[in-house]
Design a protein around this ligand. Sequence first.
Ligand SMILES: [Zn+2]
Length: 1009
Amino acid sequence: MAAAAPALKHWRTTLERVEKFVSPLYFTDCNLRGRLFGDSCPVAELSSFLTPERLPYEEAVQQDFRPAQVGDSFGPTWWTCWFRVELTIPEAWVGQEVHLRWESDGEGLVWRDGEPVQGLTKEGEKTSYILTDKLGEKDPRSLTLYVEVACNGLLGAGKGSMIAAPDPEKMFQVSRAELAVFHRDVYKLLVDLELLLGIAKGLGEDNQRSFQALYTANQMVNVCDPAQPETFPVAQALASKFFGQRGGESQHTIHAMGHCHIDTAWLWPFKETVRKCARSWVTVVQLMERNPEFIFACSQAQQLEWVRSYYPGLHARLQEFACRGQFVPVGGTWVEMDGNLPSGESMVRQFLQGQNFFRQEFGKMCSEFWLPDTFGYSAQLPQIMRSCGIKRFLTQKLSWNLVNSFPVLKTVAKNRDKGRTNHSAFLFGFGDGGGGPTQTMVDRLKRLCNTDGLPRVQLSSPERLFSALEGHSEQLCTWVGELFLELHNGTYTTHAQIKKGNRECERILHDVELLSSLALARSAQFLYPAALLQDLWRLLLLTQFHDVVTGSCIQLVAEEAICHYEDIRSHGNTLLSAAAAALCAGEPGPEGLLIVNTLPWKRTEVLALPRSGGAHSLALVTVPSMGFAPAPTPTSLQPLLPQQPVFVVQETDSSVTLDNGIIRVRLDPTGRLTSLVLVASGREAVAEGAIGNQFVLFDDVPLYWDAWDVMDYHLETRKPVLGQAGTLAVGTEGGVRGSAWFLLQISPNSRLSQEVVLDVGCPYVRFHTEVHWHEAHKFLKVEFPARVRSPQATYEVQFGHLQRPTHYNTSWDWARFEVWAHRWMDLSEHGFGLALLNDCKYGASVRGNVLSLSLLRAPKSPDATVDMGRHEFTYALMPHKGSFQDAGVIPAAYSLNFPLLALPAPGPAPAAAWSAFSVSSPAVVLETVKQAETSPQGRTLLLRLYEAHGSHTDCWLHTSLPVQEAVLCDLLERRDPTGPLLLRDNRLKLTFTPFQVQSLLLVLQPPPN
Ligand SMILES: [Zn+2]
């Protein structure tokens, strides 16, 4: 039955002929696709139960199910519809493969015998569940399934566009529920033909092999009669011949790994992610079962933890496949966090919690950091990863359209290391609840294991990929410093409450851990709250997910995050009180307050002390490093001398001058800064003829990603906000504190008030700001033109700082028109500089000599309410001589963020000041003190220090705690093999390289009583 000799072939007609042969839309009455399913019959009985809650299976199936029909709609958004599906398979189908075909708008999960068995998501090309590969004569033909359908799509329920705020009234429909015979032989031919079409199109008309693929497909259509399965083997043989033609030795190798990027919360709430994980991974379990060579990489410990607690049966299966090496936990972190905003310590905890979880549940830790989707990459990541047992890193900026028509060829074309390495990675699978890879994807990849003209595709693992790449590591290039993502710069500012919650909770957990450690060391009765602290840390780590702390989530998620912060605050405060009580126990001193300094240097600051009757009084207190001091009584307030008190003077034009002998601040009648002088040198910090503390508004309309992106062109719309003269008034009149305050109408709808505060002895002036913000697509910043010239500014990052340009010379410079910083930024020239500190902001920039802090945005998608309402934040200005390192900008920024604590003592408070730790070098910061994860008798502490100046430094760590043994360890708290450090006179010596992070285990002596 040889076909007639081919006529002169036209590329397009031939290609489209084959397309029509496999089309699900055209000619299905006679083409091959139309034969994929054979006989079908409706399900015997369909009934449903609708609920606003996400119920466990056991509870759901007990409910009252009402008759339902295909075509029915259910909802609204975020509800769940449970379907009971009674099936009776016709006897005539014995010997056939039988599927349940299910199509609905919502995301479905099939339950069989009380266990989840498969996800059903149209958007993830999963619309059929295999009931049996081959119906046996004796197999039961009647069974009951449940399908749990969430009333949301793969990407939530955006109204009108994907990232629009969700439509709360959306309804969802079941459009198909039936049994059908599946023709496996037709399916195989379809895979062949679609792949050949993909190759023909992908390689294009310039390519010889492309025509070979097209003509093979054409010939297959010639010989194949869809109505006569006996013609299929001939067609199949043609395809096998094509795919069997081998490539050469130089062929590029693609490591194809199944993956499913599930955003831990984004356009849907956290709780829906729990179900997205179950739906996706149960589908993956089926694929792994059917394809022993298929490997699936799975990241984010939090998601696995959810499945462990909500779907223990599925978790056990995942563990089983992990043992077989098919299910590969990757990443090492608790969630795939944002790469910019979390603090250094938070990043460490992401790995600590993640790696411990992976080791506990899957028997080993991850060897690669996995961050495909992030809005930036901190320069500290390599050091942190390495000290967490990870040398490998995988990332890509994913498009949500994870699988294109023929992505394999694109993987090769887009490889940036052509000629340097002949291996690349290809992650395949529908993300975000699409259920990961499909059998079709796996089958396509298998056919490409070695075909001439195409890259060699291996179903591979991260281990094999990285080992292959490491084989060529000497050929690869090195990038120094941060990998700045030139996109999504709005996420440093969007959702100010979340940013503030993140910063505050990082502080609270720091303080609780330190104070609890001190209590542990001093009191035999004190129990370190290790379990509760782990829970609180995990909550914070969860909110650092790359669509939460960034503010790019829907309102529902933001509200949950705010609740989590509230939880951490309230538990944190309780824990602080408990630790303070333990520290005071047995002390002979007077009742009252314990003044605590949680930072590793001595501080003298003005503190508001609570007095009886709810009043406060200001007092200047001195507290030693990481320790406490008794509170001064009203009669024992320390004399200010030799410190100069703060003077506040208001001129007749109503401008105000604040002066504490260190700096002198002059505000114009509208509250703007006209002068900032370092008194000792007389040096002016405000640029000549310019004005600081200038609020500016910008139009903020990005191209598409509203909450994410601020575009460079927003800078062209700068409008200074002008105040009214006469609004400035003196607040606190001087002495230990002086202040002035003013109101400013930002726009017809938004206003702010600000108190400018100068304390005795303080090297910086603070700006306490309250804003009522009601805008749409506007961006508020505050600017400070400095009398400083430098081509680069310095910004704090995790465990250190880095420089970025202040000019727009090249496209690389220009692209950094909006950058991120943690607690401080600084612009310095030789001998002098100006630092801008903040207590909860992350967006910043310095252009020329103007330091600018980004305060509030007003995007409307995906959360239409984001940032509307009241905000409170503080920033501060610190002019200094010398370098910012020598001038103490870093401790000043710490002080602004970690206020001294005045904790009520239930009984007598200690009468004398006490310090637990101090460090001899100002370059070294003792960042963290906590109980060690593994702590025999609970009496081992973990200390984390880092070098903050960017220098090689030796220092002495001094402690007053009864330390038995001190040993270095890594970030996962594994002891360094070099053994204990020399400890003499309560001191030990440490040596740091620039920005090095070091951790230390201190084993304490048994408790004193
Ligand atoms: Zn993502």
